[in-house]
Design a protein around this ligand. Structure first.
Ligand SMILES: NC(=O)c1ccc[n+]([C@@H]2O[C@H](COP(=O)([O-])OP(=O)(O)OC[C@H]3O[C@@H](n4cnc5c(N)ncnc54)[C@H](OP(=O)(O)O)[C@@H]3O)[C@@H](O)[C@H]2O)c1
Length: 362
């Protein structure tokens, strides 16, 4: 039996292809291993960032490929089709980090009622979130359309939740306006939704001209400004900038415009992939990468067992009801559709109201 894998050239993401790799027979699986059929997964700009950062953040190590290629990690669902682990039954549904492929062999370890981890040696050099799987069989929150929203938005909304919490804990560093770039991205509008519900903060979204109507329609931005109009923003109000776009030129323009009124400048994403290697020293707060695992660790310590999950669950419960209005799930099934979906995502051709759910199975 084979797995169908979608792989990309690591240093030229425009080049991609589909290969077949051989899977072990069910009987030949090692002890405790699972053979999982990847049933569906989400693809957004975040996955492109995983590819851009594949070497630096070790994402390419997670799902081995022929040399110079990489398999981009995606969030989605799998069904156990063979199991050598006594506690995991055939037919179970898992939610977690998968390759763009039809199958994955998982070496199940740390199995509990709620989840398990892939103990494969090549997956141990990354944050634990990237080798954990939730056991979600029969959980309505992970079924049907709700499941699509989980794959599309849950990992992104975790970042939104953490940035909002970090900013609020620091009283927004004295800022009165939060400015978010790539305002149409799912990560940004999740964050806008959270900040918008806080009193005293105004949320300004920066976006491309083609995405203005969508961003306005969300209702969680107080103001929407296109990238070419940022110099129209009032410069005498203290601001916090959260950068999803990753454009050095935009960052520099904002820092020079706001000067000392730039109270916080956090880097989160790279949707525009337009960051210079060397960046000029800028006025205002020094730009820094927001590193989510550090903030989770801090809160896990302060809030105790289950504290992050419980607060995140409450935030998700307030966010998820909007998704029927905000996101149109579009299914892309089969090799040609997955290839097209990837190239469209890579090249910024996916309308922001779309949520792409892919499957390589025909
Ligand atoms: N650090 C972390 O832990 C973390 C966690 C979650 C997300 N993120 C980052 O946040 C960013 C947003 O991710 P997402 O999955 O939420 O994105 P998404 O929903 O797929 O965002 C789509 C939007 O991104 C912009 N965009 C995408 N591709 C583009 C391209 N090729 N050229 C120009 N603009 C492009 C466009 O927005 P505009 O027209 O509005 O610019 C587009 O509407 C990613 O860079 C992601 O890696 C980081």
């Amino acid at each position: 039996m084979n797995s169908t894998d979608f792989i990309v050239v690591r240093n030229d993401l425009q080049q991609c292809k589909i290969i077949e790799t051989q899977l072990p027979d069910a009987g030949a699986l090692p002890a405790d291993a699972l053979l999982v059929k990847v049933t569906r997964f989400a693809l957004t700009a975040n996955n492109i960032t995983y590819a851009v950062m594949g070497d630096v953040l070790k994402y390419w190590q997670l799902f081995p490929t022929p040399e110079s290629y990489g398999n981009i990690p995606v969030w989605g669902f799998g069904e156990v089709i063979a199991s050598k682990h006594p506690g995991i039954a055939i037919g179970e549904t898992l939610f977690g980090y998968f390759p763009m492929a039809t199958h994955l062999v998982i070496e199940a370890t740390d199995v509990s009622k709620r989840g398990l981890r892939d103990g494969a040696a090549h997956r141990q050099n990354v944050s634990p979130v990237y080798n954990s799987y939730a056991r979600v069989s029969g959980d309505p929150a992970f079924a049907g359309a709700q499941g699509d929203y989980q794959a599309l938005l849950r990992p992104l909304f975790m970042l939104s939740f953490l940035v909002d919490d970090f900013l609020a804990e620091n009283e927004f560093f004295g800022a009165k306006h939060a400015i978010l770039s790539s305002a149409s991205s799912k990560t940004a509008f999740g964050l806008a939704h959270l900040i918008h519900s806080r009193t005293g903060m105004k949320v300004i979204g920066l976006t491309s001209a083609s995405n203005v109507d969508f961003v306005r329609s969300l209702g969680c931005y107080d103001e929407v400004v296109t990238y070419d109009r940022v110099s129209s923003l009032p410069a005498d109000v203290p601001v916090a900038y959260v950068d999803m776009a990753g454009s050095s030129a935009l960052r520099e323009t904002l820092h020079r415009r706001f000067g000392d009124q730039m109270k916080y400048s956090g880097r989160v994403g790279l949707t525009h992939r337009a960051s210079a290697l060397e960046e000029a020293a800028l006025p205002g707060a020094k730009p820094h990468w927001f590193f989510a695992p550090d903030h989770i660790r801090k809160r896990a310590k302060e809030w105790g067992p289950g504290g992050v999950e419980q607060r995140f669950g409450a935030a998700w419960a307030g966010f998820a009801p909007n998704l029927d209005r905000w996101v149109r799930v579009t299914e892309c099934r089969g090799r040609a559709a997955v290839t097209q979906a990837y190239l469209d995502t890579l090249n910024g051709r996916v309308p922001p109201d779309r949520g792409l759910i892919l499957s390589l199975g025909e």
